[in-house]
Design a protein around this ligand. Structure first.
Ligand code: SF4
Ligand code: SF4
Length: 68
């Protein structure tokens, strides 16, 4: 298991997380935001600036990454 950050569907697309991320790990597709786990360092700056606290640390089974 390893921790990754997930943005849940209550996101209001304020763009704060994307602007603050030092790794450019927050990707935006229209109004949908997601965090690219391989470039995210888990610094959690994005978590701090999210006004509605919708970015959560979740544990994923690392073997899931190879299932497509
Ligand atoms: S935890 Fe840090 S590196 Fe990861 S997406 Fe948030 S701001 Fe970017
Ligand atoms: S900071 Fe929070 S509400 Fe704003 S775009 Fe990022 S995840 Fe969505």
């Amino acid at each position: 298991m390893k921790p990754v950050l997930e943005i849940n569907n209550t996101c209001i697309s304020c763009d704060n997380c994307r602007l603050i991320c030092p790794e450019n790990a927050v990707l935006k597709n229209g109004d949908e935001y997601r965090i690219e786990s391989w470039s995210c360092t888990l610094c959690q700056l994005c978590v701090e600036v999210c006004p509605i606290d919708c970015i959560k640390v979740v544990e994923v089974d690392s073997s899931d990454e190879f299932i497509n």
